[in-house]
Design a protein around this ligand. Structure first.
Ligand SMILES: Cc1cc2nc3c(=O)[nH]c(=O)nc-3n(C[C@H](O)[C@H](O)[C@H](O)COP(=O)(O)OP(=O)(O)OC[C@H]3O[C@@H](n4cnc5c(N)ncnc54)[C@H](O)[C@@H]3O)c2cc1C
Length: 285
């Protein structure tokens, strides 16, 4: 069992992992890609670099630094986290147990530019099958997504209704789904006076009671919501120790809101690691 699994290999996650390793804790970092920094070619406001760096260079420097400390970093997408006394982290490749988890997955929740989408959030549109699936038992449910994350949410929703369809919104289906209708046409709008009543594609109109969004990869807030951690304005709520309301579940970086900058993410990671170290040491004594 790991002392801490860090989910995210960006500035917050790697900064935390370096401190944790230097505290002699057993740490694993799981990351799926280059995160927010993949979107920029010009970083020139981070301390200590006289010449601009690309976002990728910043991430690669961080990973090289982690490697020098012997930190285990695996390129795996995390799909789910279960919590009882300890944490069970399920990725696309494997399952891992840990005493604590640090969410450092950045801020990536999709806000889809589909007419009618924003109007129906909380009025038929949900981001969390475990939280809201029960509200739509025996109703017509749509799931929006194309990959493993969608398949995970679909599996949960099957407990509540047999009447489910999957919309990939123009993307190719990239996961196994059985016994559900799959609509790959792009969605042109969502309808409903107040509550959501239909998904409309270029070819057809599909009456639905709910649309569960599971596009791409689960974000930190998706994990948090499913586990019952508090989220406000798409940011995970943490206390002064960077701990969520779930003991042992910590969060740092863009996913907790505030200034979206490398300097703040690095500082968050460092501060969260101090709290994680305290938690592990107090469990041991
Ligand atoms: C276009 C752009 C330009 C920017 N320019 C600057 C700048 O000039 N200066 C500056 O200071 N900041 C800049 N920023 C902001 C900066 O990139 C972020 O504040 C910083 O990267 C946040 O670090 P983080 O570790 O919280 O998240 P991220 O860097 O986003 O890292 C998130 C990590 O989580 C991983 N992850 C996410 N979901 C999963 C999952 N389900 N399973 C496994 N891993 C997962 C990702 O793969 C990634 O490794 C810019 C951001 C953008 C988008």
């Amino acid at each position: 069992m790991f002392d801490c699994i860090v989910i995210g290999g960006g500035p917050a996650g790697i900064s935390a992992a370096i401190y944790l390793k230097r505290f002699k804790l057993d740490v694993l970092v799981l990351m799926k890609d280059y995160g927010a920094l993949d979107k920029t070619d010009h970083i020139e406001n981070y301390y200590g670099f006289p010449e601009p760096l690309t976002g990728r260079q910043v991430v690669e420097n961080g990973l090289a630094q982690a490697k020098r400390f012997g930190i285990e970093v695996r390129k795996e997408e995390v799909l789910n986290i279960d919590y009882s006394d300890t944490f069970l982290v399920k990725s696309t490749q494997d399952e891992y147990q840990a005493k604590t988890v640090l969410l450092a997955t950045g801020s990536t929740r999709p806000n889809l530019r589909i007419p009618g989408f924003a109007d129906h959030i909380g009025k038929g549109i949900s981001y969390c099958a475990i939280c809201d699936g029960f509200l739509y038992r025996k109703k017509t449910i749509a799931v929006l997504g194309e990959g493993e994350f969608m398949a995970e949410e679909l599996a949960v929703l099957r407990n509540f209704s047999p009447d489910i369809m999957v919309f990939t919104n123009g993307r190719p289906l990239a996961a196994e789904v059985h016994g559900v209708k799959v609509i790959t046409d792009p969605i042109v709008r969502l309808e409903g006076e107040d509550l959501l009543t239909a998904v409309v594609t270029a070819k057809d109109l599909y009456p639905v009671n709910a649309l569960f969004v599971a596009v791409g990869t689960p974000s930190a807030t998706d994990f948090a919501l499913r586990m019952g951690a508090f989220v406000e304005n798409n940011a995970i709520v943490v206390d002064s120790e960077y701990q969520t309301n779930i003991p042992g579940l910590f969060a740092a970086g863009d996913c907790i809101g505030g200034l979206s900058q490398i300097a703040k993410a690095v500082a968050d990671g460092a501060k969260a690691s101090l709290s994680i170290n305290k938690t592990i040491r107090s469990k041991a004594s």
